[in-house]
Every structure is written in structure tokens, then in C-alpha cells.
Write a protein that binds this ligand. Structure first.
Ligand code: ZN
Length: 135
């Protein structure tokens, strides 16, 4: 597997709106997209930082994994997402190397990316996402 860059860092927040003054007003980043990801019951807001994005994740339902994360651990960094060129192959390779997968197959994520999560038990407790830009 070849990781090309950090695609994004996911940060769990209770309210995107409440965080905008920090990211836009203080850091001077520009929110260029807000999107609902029904699948994951989250609203996402994106800021570009070089070729890496900051992705704020706000739960839209109490059943959202983000809602449960905030309940247990509070707001903060939720996951790190690495960009790969071939997600199917990367997942096969991870499996062969004994990495526990949360997603056996790529699925659709925000911004039209194909994504899959690796289990924190296999990644030093850092929830890790692999993603690929579909071509
Ligand atoms: Zn993500």
C-alpha cells in the first residue's frame, strides 16, 4: 500500500456552527463545504489546509457513532484519514497483515471519496480511515 498524504483529520464536535468562529475567525481557514452524510448520521464541514482537510463531524442523531464518541470521550480528534491509490488492494493487504478491519469493503464517504475504517485495536488506538479518490 502506498499512502500519498493525510487526506483529512476528523474532529468530533457537538456543533459545527459553534466551532466556525475558531476555524474561520481565529485560524483564518475557509469552510468550503458542509455536507450531510446520512449513512453515518453526521454533518461534516471541511476546511482545506494545504492538501489536507480538517473535517468537523457533528452528530445528527443520538445513534451516530460520533454522538457516542463525544459522550464517552468528549469533543476532539476522532480519526486520521490517509489517502491511498487503490483502496481495494490496500484493504486486502491490511487483512493479510492481520489488521482488523471495520469495513471489509470500501464504502461511500463525504466528498465522494471511497473510504474504509481500520479498527483502533490494530492501529495503536487511533481510529484510522483509508480513502481513495474515485476515478
Ligand atoms: Zn473521515
Amino acid at each position: 500500500m502506498e499512502i500519498t498524504h493525510i487526506e483529512h483529520i476528523g474532529i468530533a464536535v457537538k456543533s459545527i456552527e459553534e466551532q466556525l468562529p475558531y476555524y474561520e475567525g481565529i485560524l483564518g481557514l475557509k469552510c468550503y463545504n458542509i455536507e450531510n452524510v446520512e449513512d453515518q448520521k453526521v454533518k461534516t464541514a471541511f476546511f482545506m489546509v494545504g492538501q489536507t482537510k480538517i473535517e468537523l463531524l457533528e452528530p445528527t442523531s443520538e445513534e451516530s457513532t460520533i454522538a457516542r464518541f463525544i459522550e464517552k470521550r468528549g469533543e476532539g480528534i476522532h480519526h486520521i484519514a490517509y489517502a491511498t491509490r487503490n483502496l481495494n488492494e490496500a484493504l486486502k493487504e491490511m487483512e493479510q497483515k492481520g489488521v482488523r478491519l471495520i469495513d471489509q469493503e470500501p464504502r461511500g464517504g463525504a466528498e465522494g471519496l471511497n473510504i474504509a475504517f481500520l479498527h483502533p485495536k490494530s492501529t495503536g488506538s487511533v481510529l484510522t480511515e483509508l480513502c481513495e479518490h474515485p476515478e
